[in-house]
Design a protein around this ligand. Sequence first.
Ligand code: HEC
Length: 180
Amino acid sequence: MKFIYAFVTIIFLAVIGVGGFVYSGIYPIGADVAHSDVEYWLLENLRDNSIDRSSSEIKVPPLESAELLLAGGPDYKDMCSGCHLKPGKKQSDMSIGLYPTPPNLSERDHGDKHQDDDAQQQARRQFWVIKHGIKASGMPAWGATHDDQRIWAMVAFLQKLPDLSAEQYQVLTASDVIEH
Ligand code: HEC
């Protein structure tokens, strides 16, 4: 009986504590204050495990075709490069101001622990993230306005992007290469 009493008291105090914290307004919500190590660990694992689980059944189509690459390039330039940068560009107002920082997808080593996954697994995760976005991060869900074929074209482009020179990038992203 004593044990149940203590347990209920602890739960009660925890609810009061969390509620008080939320209502007090003391949490620093500004994007210019970094997460604590604990918050960072929690959010990173929450995000990674969710993406892994949701993307595990996705079937990856062949991504090697030149048409896909040429369709993905102009879309990347228009919709993604402002945040995710391009060969020869290391920073933008978005990449500096957003928190979490959008990874520089033109670099193979962009600090993602999944970058050593095999290409299929990477493609699954990228497709899922592009289609569904990531809550409270600035990464939009493009699936609301773009069909799967167009998203796979961007995945195909992302796989080549780290190997492109600034000149090759310019050629592959020129929007008059292909009509949408
Ligand atoms: C307004 C800024 C913004 C735009 C525009 C944007 N993203 Fe993102 N993206 C982000 C942020 C921020 C993250 C990191 C989210 C996180 O770490 O939780 C992200 C994450 C990603 C990731 C996961 C990267 C990894 O290695 O874990 C992929 C892939 C991605 N974006 C692709 C794209 C593509 C393709 C486009 C264009 C269609 C795009 N993004 C447009 C902000 C943006």
